[in-house]
Design a protein around this ligand. Structure first.
Ligand code: NDP
Length: 408
């Protein structure tokens, strides 16, 4: 596993709970101390899984190759940042090892994500007889598995898909992001995008919004955003005429976000800053700073939010389609309580809802249920064994048939 952040912590705990499938784990990240701390916290809870740790710069293919070829894993689980997807895929190919991640590739200097970069590896993985599983978190991830499950068991034809993601939790901080702040703010501040009648339609950032009602939570203002899984889902289910992604944000969060943008702190280009040297000499040196990366350094670490986080998340798919010639609606969702996630893993619900599916995807691969040469999105595999594990591993799902989707 590469990365030792919030999502990786949850994934490692879940791996340690499933030793009937996982026999050994290597945790490697930028800073070895973080990996050691994580391994210790797992041991302290009494789990017996053998865990090794290592330092690796995942931007460096040669370092990755050395690590992978010395440890010889069956699968590399990439829980670092989207910037590292391609270097890790290159190293996996060079070492003959399969690959899984939770977020699609994004270049550092451009807030732009799409699958084309990773889909371009399809032939190489196929020829090498290796499996690459893309986007195996909650959204992307479970959102695609839910859609595949609906296509397999509920509908003859899916016509409309709305993925709805609500975080009704409260971490009691003025402003914090629930996963890596840099990646999160890049995602939220870009233009919205949705699919209708064969075309992609762009909107201004967070321009379209409406209140949606979430189970056990109530109405929350929900904003249309571009989200990566829409790209693969409309390709894999060509009967879909309309596909959108909605996420809730509170008023306070949006006010802060607005200020951050207006102050230039969400910029991802470099600015020159005259900084004092740390040696106390009073001398200065010109350094290049990316404002958003600096902001990340002063914002609360998402990994530290868990202790005071209350409330829950609710993420699901609202689907409209045809069965036996008649129109039906279907809503499938999971609710996850932040405090329960924290008690089990020390992390809040957003890390939990991402780390658990990453472990299940790895489990599916190791058990041979999700294993075929090539580069795949989660909906390319059988959803049934994954759905069964969601219920067993802490993310149970619920269904509403022919209810009001609130979305036309
Ligand atoms: P964190 O920032 O908490 O963790 C990232 C980890 O990657 C850190 O341990 C960091 O090390 C390490 N890392 C970063 N760069 C490198 C590098 N060059 N080499 C080695 N290690 C590196 O992020 P999260 O845990 O919040 O998120 C992890 C991933 O999960 C992200 O890609 C995110 O987009 C994705 N995600 C997916 C979701 C989904 O539902 N699909 C939802 C939420 C997140 P260090 O801190 O030591 O620098």
């Amino acid at each position: 596993m590469i990365g030792a952040g919030g999502v990786a912590t949850v994934c490692a705990f879940k791996i340690a709970q499933n030793t009937h499938v996982f026999s050994q784990l290597m945790i490697a990240s930028h800073h070895k101390a973080k990996c050691d701390k994580l391994a210790d916290s797992i041991r302290q809870r009494g789990y017996k899984l053998p865990i090794e740790t290592a330092q690796v710069d995942a931007d460096d293919v040669e370092q990755l190759k050395q690590l992978i070829s010395s440890y010889k894993p069956e699968l590399v689980i990439n829980l670092a940042l989207p910037y590292q997807d391609l270097t890790i895929m290159d190293a996996c190919l060079a070492c003959g090892v399969s690959y899984l991640d939770t977020a699609n590739y994004e270049p550092k200097d451009e807030a732009h994500f799409e699958y084309s970069w990773q889909w371009a590896y399809k032939d190489k993985f196929e020829k090498a007889g290796l499996t690459a599983i893309l986007g195996c978190g909650f959204d992307p991830g479970v959102s695609g598995v839910f859609t595949a499950y609906a296509a397999k068991h509920v509908f003859d034809e899916i016509q409309q898909l709305d993925i709805v993601d609500c975080n009704a939790g409260n971490h009691h901080k003025a402003f914090a992001t629930n996963f890596n702040p840099e990646i999160n703010i890049r995602e939220i501040t870009q233009k919205g995008l949705y699919y209708e009648d064969g075309k992609w339609i762009e909107t201004e950032p967070l321009e379209i919004h409406k209140p949606l009602t979430y189970p056990n939570i109530g109405a929350r203002e929900s904003y249309l955003m571009h989200h990566e899984e829409l790209e693969s889902l409309v390709k894999n289910y060509p009967t879909i005429r309309k596909a959108r992604f909605w996420m809730t944000f509170g008023k306070q969060y949006l006010t802060y976000l607005d200020c951050i943008q207006n102050l230039g702190m969400s910029r991802i280009d470099e600015v020159t800053y005259e900084a004092p040297l740390a040696d106390g000499s009073g001398k200065t040196v010109k350094v290049k700073i990316v404002p958003l990366q600096f902001l990340k350094a002063v914002l609360p670490n998402p990994q530290d939010l868990g202790a005071n986080y209350d409330g829950e998340t609710s993420i699901g798919c609202r689907i409209r389609g045809l069965k036996d010639g008649k129109e039906h609606t279907y809503y499938i969702y999971n609710n996850c309580k932040h405090q329960e996630a924290y008690k089990e893993t020390g992390m809040q619900g957003v890390s939990y809802t991402t780390g658990v599916p990453a472990m299940i995807g790895a489990m599916m691969f190791l058990e041979g249920k999700w294993r075929k040469p090539g580069v795949w999105n989660v909906e390319d595999f059988d959803p049934d064994p994954f759905m069964e594990q969601l219920n067993k591993q802490g993310l149970p799902w619920h269904e509403v048939f022919d209810g009001d989707l609130e979305l036309s």
